[in-house]
Design a protein around this ligand. Structure first.
Ligand SMILES: [Zn+2]
Length: 132
């Protein structure tokens, strides 16, 4: 399903390059920190750069709307397009998050590829009833 060489290769490279933060406590802390940096990068694209705007309000869902209708009715609250500078920062932050997720998988002897395949299978089975 997933390209084994890419995902297993990524996880193997993380294992080979992770030297100083091999403790599960350090990896858990770094995973949290990476997620916080990712959130900050997205927020800075709104508050620092301004390429994105957040426009949020109460969602009005008409009576009789089905779960399938919700995809059209529920938006992202985002307006605009992420600029190249912000894209680079956000992509870097996502990469660091993936790095520490792979590191956690290594410590727990889990396969990131297997987890992604299971999650994708679960999403396909549940479809819109996944409610994610
Ligand atoms: Zn920007």
């Amino acid at each position: 399903m997933f390209k084994e060489a890419v995902y297993d290769g990524f996880q193997r490279t993380v294992s080979e390059t992770l030297l100083f933060n091999r403790s599960v406590l350090e990896v858990l802390a770094k995973t949290h920190e990476a997620t916080a940096r990712l959130n900050r990068a997205v927020i800075k694209s709104v508050t620092g750069c301004g390429c994105l705007k957040i426009s949020a309000g109460k969602k009005e869902i008409p009576p009789g709307a089905t779960l399938a209708d919700l995809r059209q009715l529920l938006g992202s609250h985002l307006e605009g397009e992420i600029c190249e500078d912000c894209r680079e920062v956000v992509e870097s932050a996502i990469g660091r998050s993936l790095f520490y997720l792979a590191a956690l998988c290594n410590l727990l002897n889990l396969s990131l590829k297997d987890i992604m395949e299971k999650e994708q299978k679960y999403m396909r089975i549940l479809g819109i009833y996944n409610l994610a």
